[in-house]
Write a protein that binds this ligand. Structure first.
Ligand code: ADP
Ligand code: MG
Length: 243
């Protein structure tokens, strides 16, 4: 059984179909690198998985169980299991780093404060911010803030982490510190779907790379095949432009 099974997924914004015929299976510990031109539907896949956009048709299964996106209770449970980090980290400016990471598990999930804080400190240490617990977001660089956002997502104890261009808004010299944290998660076996324009990173970290265009999966395979020997013309055109 796969960790995540997406079958014949279709999504629309109004009457505009933006995803069609999406079939994708993600195994436990897989890291899926999602690449493709702007507007190809990468973010939309992640939005649908999170229940931020209801699928028009098709199914998503988590550990073999079909997710009912129309059911609010199931949606809440789903968001305990899948977390997402966006390009814009949107930290609470009036809270410390530690508070940003612990607020949801404590206030919404009603978990014991001491346990949550201990876990949060370990997560922040893991992303290299063990010495910034009491700092405020505006005292941190963009790369540090994005690492807080990653720790905040992990504090929800997700089984699957979705990353949508988490380094796209960062100054170039801050990109690698964020990617280092993601690399560490990959090594630890976190199941992830990563949208990124950092092709060297995608190539290195992905167990499988998925190339999308016009709302469809054009081709998927191991990184070396997609980047060095793609079978589809559109994939070849895309990778020849970006490498
Ligand atoms: P990508 O992340 O690959 O750049 P997106 O998933 O954001 O692509 O977008 C896929 C398509 O959906 C594009 O044609 C885009 O214009 C359209 N789209 C994205 N968000 C919205 C929205 N909120 N309303 C209407 N159309 C949207
Ligand atoms: Mg996008």
């Amino acid at each position: 059984m796969h960790h995540l099974d997406i079958t014949a997924l279709e999504a629309r914004y109004g009457t505009h179909t933006v995803l069609s015929g999406i079939d994708l299976s993600v195994g436990r510990g897989d890291v899926i690198g999602l690449i493709g031109p702007s507007g190809s539907g990468k973010s939309t896949i992640l939005r649908v998985l999170m229940g931020l956009l209801p699928p028009a048709s098709g199914s998503v299964k988590l550990d073999g169980e079909t997710v009912d996106y129309a059911n609010a209770r199931e949606l809440r449970r789903l968001r305990d299991r899948i977390a997402i980090v966006f390009q814009q980290y949107n930290l609470f400016q009036n809270m410390t780093v530690l508070q940003n990471v612990t607020i949801t598990p404590i206030k919404i999930k009603k978990r014991p404060k001491a346990e949550v804080e201990e876990e949060a400190k370990a997560l922040l240490a893991k992303v290299g911010l063990g010495d910034k617990l009491n700092a405020y977001p505006d005292q941190l660089s963009g790369g540090q803030q994005q690492r807080v956002a990653i720790a905040r997502a992990l504090a929800l104890r997700p089984e699957i982490l979705l990353l949508d261009e988490v380094t796209a808004a960062l100054d170039p010299e801050l990109v690698s510190e964020v990617l280092d944290s993601v690399r560490l998660l990959a090594r630890e076996g976190m199941t992830m779907m990563i949208v990124s324009h950092e092709m060297g990173f995608i190539r290195e970290v992905s167990s499988r790379v998925v190339f999308m265009a016009n709302g469809r999966i054009v081709e998927e395979g191991p990184a070396n095949v997609i980047f060095d020997a793609p079978t589809q013309t559109r994939t070849r055109d895309f990778v020849s432009k970006i490498l």
